[in-house]
Design a binder for this molecule. Structure first.
Ligand code: ZN
Length: 202
């Protein structure tokens, strides 16, 4: 399964000149929701991710996703693993488990995102779940932006990664893009104008 091709075909992997949410510029951008637009494709990706988790022998009772970005990926992964799917969401800045979702003491929970950048939201979700008495056994995402270390990739993590070392991160691929400060961006120097992908067409 060529993950990069799948992301390109679905319009989730963009090439051009972009302003990232950090304010930095890049020639690539991941529009992760696009890869899940087709439920069949989402199912195939989740099955591939579930296979990695099963191969590693990690037992999971429940998949928990940070809303909004992780919900579809988490739901499809739960389906592929044959386990329960829940999500945490932000209320007044803090992540909370709401809507009648509960976890029990010792329950094995995997935190799933669509994409892991620094892992900040995934870590927040993990903290809530552990405060409620369940055990976070692993993290998972369809794609990893290369700051955190994907299980089996042999690559180390970068200082930006917020995920704990002792828990594995399962992901289908690393997407590492060159990132530039705006004043040093070679694309700007060539005269092109950076765009914010999220705001195009809105
Ligand atoms: Zn630029």
């Amino acid at each position: 399964m060529n993950i990069e091709e799948i992301y390109k075909e679905s319009g989730a992997l963009l090439s051009g000149h972009f302003i990232l949410s950090s304010g930095k510029h890049s020639s690539n951008y991941l529009q992760s929701a696009k890869v899940l637009e087709d439920p069949k494709r989402a199912e195939l990706l989740a099955e591939a991710l579930a296979a990695l988790i099963k191969e590693a022998g990690v037992a999971v009772d429940t998949v928990c996703a940070p809303a909004l970005g992780g919900v579809i990926a988490g739901y499809e992964l739960a389906r592929a693993l044959g386990v329960r799917s829940i999500f945490v969401e932000r209320k007044g800045g803090e992540m909370e488990l709401r809507r009648g979702f509960e976890v029990s003491s010792g329950e094995k929970v995997l935190i799933c995102e669509d994409i892991i950048t620094t892992g900040g939201s995934a870590l927040e979700a993990a903290k809530i779940i552990e405060e409620l008495g369940a055990d976070v056994v692993a993290f998972a995402a369809l794609a990893n932006r290369g700051f955190c270390s994907r299980s089996g990739s042999g690559k180390g993590k970068k200082p930006e990664c917020k995920l704990p070392d002792e828990k594995p991160l399962f992901a289908l691929a690393d997407f590492e893009f060159k990132i530039y400060d705006p004043d040093e961006c070679p694309l700007c120097k060539e005269g092109s104008t950076a765009v914010k992908p999220g705001s195009r067409g809105n």
